[in-house]
Design a protein around this ligand. Sequence first.
Ligand code: FES
Length: 116
Amino acid sequence: MTEKREPIPFSGTHSSDDLNLYGAYQMLLPIWVEGEPAYVPENNSVLRCLQYLELKENSVRMDWGRYCWNNTKGCCEMEYRADAAGESIVGRACQVQATSGLEILQLPRGGRKHAR
Ligand code: FES
């Protein structure tokens, strides 16, 4: 059972790299990564959010050379659900938009949580 968390406003400034990668996000959305709580920028795919978590939080490690980023190879399939009450679904992390409460049940192949 995962507790409900709310989005939080982003109060910092965006670097040009941040803008290029994640856009001018204003909110950070609560998600779960294999049971661990995380916050990720709104209006981004799950794969992009995993990049954010690796670069900004050091909380995941992804084998970036595996991923095509363009929905052609199925290389980023993950198991997830929209929220704690949702059904488990297999989807492509480069296509699924991260939403508040989303739970990644199993990371794409080549991904793992990273102990901080
Ligand atoms: S990154 Fe290749 S299908 Fe998503």
